[in-house]
Structures are given as structure tokens and as C-alpha cells.
Design a protein around this ligand. Structure first.
Ligand code: AMP
Ligand code: MN
Ligand code: MN
Ligand code: MN
Length: 281
């Protein structure tokens, strides 16, 4: 069964509408897809209509930013009840911070001579009524469009992180809180892309110990970027920490992205998976 449990639409920092995303999923032979936009579930209603039309099982998800030891990590809430008030109150805090942060990022970029960064990033919204969230991806795409940087990696090397122009101290809620919102909403909390945090191996181990203690239940073992070595390492971590294994492309749909929706390397067979624990079929 072809399953992809991590994807984005233009309700956060993806390029496609939920309808376009589900059409692409159909095209790629996906039987189940989780839409997991950053800090919002607003795309799920449209996604559900498109999923029903295409005969795809849509899993309601969200990718929530969180702080652990003052660093940002991403926690997927898979199969959440999006109407849960605790989850929505939490997400609202992050949505509010994102708006303040966008204005601060623009101020930082202005000091480097980049004018009207906020307005220009907003202009990238494909549907201004629905794409109301401004993420760092929007700022990055704007800097590429303006010819300041060549690609996403170049942007994040020069801007938008740490003390660099446009870098803003992250003020997400703590990992334990975020896991609690997901659990309260009946979801499975999954640590996204464990090797993308630039943590040492030992620190990834400590992160997963803390995550499990907080009520975390799974870890992404196969992502759109994983090579065979990373899959083996992540599989070992899943076993060691007794976490369910997940697989998701983290597809965003921007030009130049090489991840493909629903096209993932296979999951090592002996692992217990997230989809075994939710009724997908
Ligand atoms: P935000 O949640 O607004 O802080 O934006 C984070 C998003 O930026 C991530 O979810 C990625 O989609 C994107 N991103 C971060 N670092 C990079 C990078 N080095 N290359 C490409 N995209 C990145
Ligand atoms: Mn993203
Ligand atoms: Mn992420
Ligand atoms: Mn993601």
C-alpha cells in the first residue's frame, strides 16, 4: 500500500492547494495521504473533499513546531481530531507568533537593505484568502525571486536563522506541551525528520528519550530525503526507543524540490508502523 504521512499545502508553506495535492497523490498512486501543514489544520476540509472525490484515504494531520532545549523541533500530529479545542488553542498561539515573527524578520532584512520583505513575501500567496500564514519558506522564495539568493539552501545559510539577517528567536511552545495537545486531540505524536536538526547522534538519542517520556509515540524513519544509511539508523532508533515508525515525503511542491509526493524508499519490514495503529483501510 502506498502511504505518505507528511505533506504540505498552501495553507502553510506548500505550493499546491489541498485539491491539487490530492490530485497529485492520485496521480502518484497514493492510497493514503496525511496533510500535515505547519501549525494549522485549515486545509483539511478542502483536502477531505478532494480525497473523497479521488478515493484516497485522507489522514488528518498537522506538523507543530516545538522547543526542546531551546531549539526548534517538528512534531507531527497524525490522525488528530481537528475540532479539539485544546489543539486549536495551541495552534492559535503559534499562528499569532508567526505573524509577529514575520514582521520581525522583515525588520531584520530591512537592516540588510532588503526592502518591503513582508509585503513581497505576502504577494507570493497563491490564494490570499486561504494562504494567510507567512513562513520562512515564503521569505526564502521571495529572496530567490528577487535574485538575492539562488536556492533555499543558500537563503538559510545567509538569512533567517540565528544571528543572521532576518533571524528571530523561536518562541514555540515546549515539546511536552505540544505532545499533550496532539494526544488530547486523539492523535499519534511523531518526531519528524530526526536527522534534520543538526544534532549529534547522542543528542538525537536524548531528544527521543525526552520525547517518549513526554508521551511521544512515533518517529519518522523514512522521509523524502532519507538515504539507506539514514533509514537504517532511524530504524535502530525506533526499536531502541520503542517508537512506531512513520514514513512521509515532506513534499512542499516548490520548484527545484526533489522530494516527490508518495514516492518513498521502503520501510524496514520488522518495524511496528504508525499506520498499523490507525484504521487506514
Ligand atoms: P518556519 O516553520 O516558518 O520556521 O519555516 C521552516 C520551513 O522552512 C521548514 O518546514 C522547511 O520547509 C523550510 N526550510 C528550513 N530550512 C531549509 C533549508 N535549508 N532548505 C530548504 N527549506 C528549508
Ligand atoms: Mn515546511
Ligand atoms: Mn519539518
Ligand atoms: Mn514538513
Amino acid at each position: 500500500m502506498r502511504i505518505d504521512l507528511h505533506s504540505h499545502s498552501y495553507y502553510s508553506d506548500g505550493f499546491l492547494s489541498p485539491t491539487e495535492l490530492l490530485d497529485l497523490a492520485k496521480n502518484h498512486g497514493c492510497e493514503a495521504l496525511c496533510l500535515s501543514d505547519h501549525d494549522t489544520t485549515n486545509g483539511l476540509d478542502e483536502a477531505q473533499i478532494a480525497a473523497d472525490k479521488n478515493g484516497i484515504k485522507l489522514i488528518h494531520g498537522v506538523e507543530i513546531s516545538a522547543l526542546w532545549q531551546n531549539q526548534t523541533v517538528h512534531i507531527l500530529g497524525i490522525d488528530v481530531d481537528k475540532t479539539n479545542p485544546i489543539l486549536q488553542a495551541g495552534l492559535k498561539k503559534h499562528q499569532d507568533f508567526r505573524e509577529i515573527r514575520a514582521q520581525e524578520m522583515a525588520k531584520g532584512l530591512l537592516r540588510s537593505g532588503i526592502k518591503q520583505a513582508y509585503e513581497k513575501s505576502r504577494e507570493l500567496a497563491r490564494n490570499p484568502e486561504k494562504s494567510t500564514m507567512l513562513t520562512r519558506t515564503h521569505f526564502a522564495q521571495m529572496l530567490i525571486k528577487e535574485g538575492v539568493c539562488k536556492n533555499m539552501n543558500a537563503v538559510f545559510k545567509r538569512f533567517l536563522t540565528g544571528n543572521k539577517p532576518g533571524g528571530v528567536l523561536p518562541q514555540w511552545q515546549e515539546m511536552v506541551e505540544v505532545v499533550d495537545w496532539i494526544r488530547q486531540a486523539g492523535g499519534i505524536a511523531v518526531m519528524a525528520h530526526p536527522f534534520r536538526y543538526r544534532f549529534s547522534r547522542a543528542k538525537v538519542g536524548r531528544l527521543l528519550t525526552a520525547f517518549k517520556a513526554a508521551g511521544g509515540q512515533g518517529v519518522e524513519v523514512v522521509t523524502g530525503n532519507s538515504d539507506e544509511g539514514e533509514i537504517k539508523l532511524a530504524a535502530a532508533l525506533a526499536r531502541q526507543h520503542d517508537l512506531l515508525a512513520s514514513a512521509g515525503s515532506d513534499y512542499h511542491g516548490w520548484q527545484g524540490e526533489y522530494r516527490q509526493l508518495g514516492r518513498l524508499k521502503p520501510m524496514p519490514e520488522t518495524l511496528k508502523t504508525v499506520w498499523d495503529n490507525i484504521s487506514i483501510i
